[in-house]
Design a protein around this ligand. Structure first.
Ligand SMILES: [Zn+2]
Length: 229
């Protein structure tokens, strides 16, 4: 029975991840979000039903569009499989309420990562939802709130002065530090910086501004998955 719940959770969460990434891509390309068939990003041909299956769709088309033969980004199956696995593990090993708030927190942060990747800016209201989730979860303490608030205000001062990162990045780091043990937050930031630097040096098109939240989310997923090993 636990394995059936694990499998169903995995399938459900991969569909959520796929939907979030699909909506983000449509918004970034100024395409209608509702009632529109998914199309190939390169040739705009309608995707067949089997291409839309999370994880499997990418494998079935061998990573290339069957019409124009252009590569389909590996980010889709990677995000669907890793966040799906993480969500299923969270549901499998936490009480229901804690599991729901952790999974919702991860999915909202994924949506913010997609928005940051597309626009180098994020909306404020999802941060408020993340803050509420962080404040109602069981690991909350007033001393931690005081410490994170002090560090957040100090980082806003330095961001304003030196412009080394965006306000949205500081917002996400602050809510992440409230939601998870502080070691998880620090490890996620270190992983995020490592992935961002590696990606920057391997990338052919180097931009002078990098979206940090996709890397922060990747770091957080790695650290959370590592905790289950
Ligand atoms: Zn195509």
């Amino acid at each position: 029975m636990p394995y059936i719940i694990f499998g169903i959770s995995f399938i459900y969460i991969t569909f959520f991840v796929s939907t979030i990434m699909c909506i983000s891509t449509r918004l970034a390309n100024n395409r209608p979000v509702m009632f529109a068939r998914s199309r190939c990003d390169q040739c705009a041909k309608r995707l067949r039903w089997w291409q839309l299956i999370p994880c499997l769709g990418w494998l079935l088309q061998l990573g290339r569009c069957p019409d124009c033969h252009q590569p389909v980004s590996f980010t889709y199956p990677l995000a669907e499989s890793s966040v799906g696995l993480l969500g299923a593990l969270i549901i499998h090993s936490n009480p229901f309420n804690a599991a729901v708030s952790l999974v919702v927190f991860n999915l909202i942060l994924l949506a913010l990562a997609c928005q940051d990747a597309a626009h180098l800016a994020i909306s404020t209201w999802p941060i408020v939802v993340l803050l509420v989730l962080a404040l109602i979860q069981h690991q909350f303490s007033w001393s931690k709130l005081l410490m994170v608030t002090t560090m957040y205000l100090a980082s806003l001062y330095f961001i304003h002065r030196f412009q080394f990162m965006g306000n949205g990045d500081a917002d996400c780091i602050a809510v992440l530090s409230l939601m998870f043990p502080i070691q998880v937050a620090i490890a996620s930031i270190l992983f995020a910086s490592l992935i961002a630097l590696t990606h920057f040096y391997l990338s052919h098109q180097r931009s002078n501004r990098l979206p940090f939240i996709p890397y922060l989310f990747s770091g957080l997923v790695i650290v959370q998955l590592y905790a289950f090993i």
